[in-house]
Write a new protein. Structure first.
Lengths: 115, 108
């Protein structure tokens, strides 16, 4: 199946700093990528839809100025958590659609801990 | 009310047991349906798609009832390696909506 690579797999940062997470589709072009967040014992919640060459679409309640998304190429989307706070600590996962395929392919996830 | 509801479990079963998970969804515009498996601290992985006609993949059988907006997963002859969280997922447009998952623990 298609491969989506996410980096880093885990990060610990100080409160107030920014963290960038990368999501790459390795063997296909992804015009659309999705960013999710998962808190312990909860479901994956869609944060935003990342569209190549245009602005991301954010879900209700997700601050676009705090979670900056850039999708500058067909194989790379980045999520930057700006001015991170402990409540931003979570598991962040990206996925990409391989056009014409109903299956979504997920990155390995990034566990963010803000101290 | 959540758009996709699942019994969180945990379901504790012995090896070899048959276990069934249920899921309901509230949005009738949902178009595609899936079961994903998620191991602790890992990304979800597709287990199988779900069709109205029912589909089977080895020990796993999935069923969709569109009229009742109900999805099921049956696991036969449970293995220790089946221990995981099983996520019921519906696709609406290009978005996936996840249930919170059902925890399965298979014990020897």
């Amino acid at each position: 199946g298609a491969v989506v690579s996410q980096h880093p797999s885990w990060v610990i940062c100080k409160s107030g700093t920014s963290v960038k997470i990368e999501c790459r589709s390795l063997d296909f072009q992804a015009t659309t990528m999705f960013w999710y967040r998962q808190f312990p014992k909860q479901s994956l919640m869609l944060m935003a839809t990342s569209n190549e060459g245009s602005k991301a679409t954010y879900e209700q309640g997700v601050e676009k100025d705090k979670f900056l998304i850039n999708h500058a190429s067909l194989t790379l989307s980045t999520l930057t958590v700006t001015s991170a706070h402990p409540e931003d600590s979570s598991f962040y996962i990206c996925s990409a659609d391989n056009s014409g395929n109903t299956e979504a392919f997920f990155g390995q996830g990034t566990r963010l801990t803000v101290v | 009310r959540k758009e996709v509801e699942q019994d969180p479990g945990p379901f504790n079963v012995p090896e070899g047991a048959t276990v069934a998970f249920n899921c309901t969804y509230s949005n009738s515009a949902s178009q595609s349906f899936f079961w994903y498996r998620q191991d602790c601290r890992k990304e979800p992985k597709l287990l199988m798609s779900v069709y109205s006609s029912g589909n089977e993949d080895g020990r796993f059988t999935a069923q969709l009832n569109r009229a009742s907006q109900y999805i099921s997963l049956l696991i036969r002859d449970s293995k220790l390696s089946d221990s995981a969280t099983y996520l019921c997922v519906v696709k609406r447009g290009n978005k996936l909506v996840f249930g919170a998952g059902t925890i399965l623990r298979v014990k020897s």
